[in-house]
Design a protein around this ligand. Sequence first.
Ligand SMILES: NC(=O)c1ccc[n+]([C@@H]2O[C@H](COP(=O)([O-])OP(=O)(O)OC[C@H]3O[C@@H](n4cnc5c(N)ncnc54)[C@H](O)[C@@H]3O)[C@@H](O)[C@H]2O)c1
Length: 420
Amino acid sequence: METQPRRQFLATAALAGAALAAAPALGLEAGKRPATLKVGLVGCGGRGNGAIRDFQAAAKILGIPVEVTAVGDAFEDAAKRTAQGLGLPADRAFGGFDNYRKVIASGCDFVVMATPPAFRPLHFAAAVEAGKHCFIEKPVCVDPVGARAMLASGEKAKAKGLGVVAGTQRRHQAAYLLNKARIDAGAIGPIRGGTVHWNGTVPWIKRRNQGESDASYLARNWLNFTEISGDHIVEQHVHNIDVALWFIGRPPISAVGYGARARRETGNMFDFFSVDFDFGQGVHIHSQCRQITGTWSRVGEQFTGATGEAFGGGRVAGTKVDVPEVKLESDNPYVQEHVALIKSVLAGKPLNETQAVTESTLAAIMARISAYTGDIVRWDDLLKNEKSPYYGLACKPSAEDFEKGAVTLPEEKPPVPGKA
Ligand SMILES: NC(=O)c1ccc[n+]([C@@H]2O[C@H](COP(=O)([O-])OP(=O)(O)OC[C@H]3O[C@@H](n4cnc5c(N)ncnc54)[C@H](O)[C@@H]3O)[C@@H](O)[C@H]2O)c1
């Protein structure tokens, strides 16, 4: 007799036991194993190619075949390369800045979104409108206007019974889940403060080709432009800031940050940030991030509690507490996040991580605005206080500008605090 791997068995049993809730959407029926999971991909770069394979790996663990219905990228050749790698015909690959519309219309139930973050609010809104379950890579926006759009789409997804899981994969990683449970059970007492870091190197630079349009250059070298990436405090350090919001259990009330640029060769971002996040009730988190090659590197999170200390997914020094074992279907958090999404949708209890990932992204944006301007920036300035100069902040060019062909390259100069 063919035996099922233990993990697959656990996953299958979980699905079989799922409540027969009302079907949330589309061709999927809650509590029923579908013949195939149909998924489309928007953004065929490094993460997009990884995420679509992680989705396939997750479905395999759950014992369900996957059909990739279409892939899209701003650049047709990138979409075609991904299609070829996935064994799809070339007519399933869409290029251009309207690619997401064609992917969403390709008959998929799930959309995996892995474009640069500036495009996420527009693409997510369209996917939710069309009733698709979504995997949204972090970060999910680059400005407060985008954050409020994400929150609104997240609520719409909830009302429609759609699943939304974000690429903040630490939330699907056993070591982090265990430490979160330990802290909640009182292992270190209430969190009083901590530090979060992403000190590393510039990931990459793409030089401008001769005669290249502003739109093409920005879409390729996006990682070095604030308007498209959010700056690295948002694009990269959001992972660690996310752990702070998750472990503390609320967003910060304000941020005061410093930053500057010393060595970056293209774009308009800072090289480093140092930020005091005030979480209220006397709780402060110091955030540090730097992208300068040849400097001391550290990526992680540390929390000081009233009676102990804990590291994000590492050591906990404090009171021994009993918490349930964390049982996951995959040791790989990049796969586990898709297992969680698919399982929740098929169980009729769709996960919706939109608010969590948007708040973490917005906290990073709040810190960036503070460092760029030299001002203290409050959470309410971004979500409630319409009179604040930061409430209506919307980076240009926007995702819509790319689709309309109305893109002008921002100045390749970093902001000057006190003047920005
Ligand atoms: N969770 C993680 O650990 C993790 C790791 C890496 C990247 N990411 C995130 O994934 C996203 C993509 O990053 P990446 O490393 O794959 O970058 P990348 O540059 O390798 O890929 C981005 C792709 O998107 C394409 N693109 C640009 N604009 C587009 C548009 N409007 N529509 C469709 N495609 C468009 C680009 O041509 C490129 O192929 C980012 O948000 C990044 O922060 C997450």
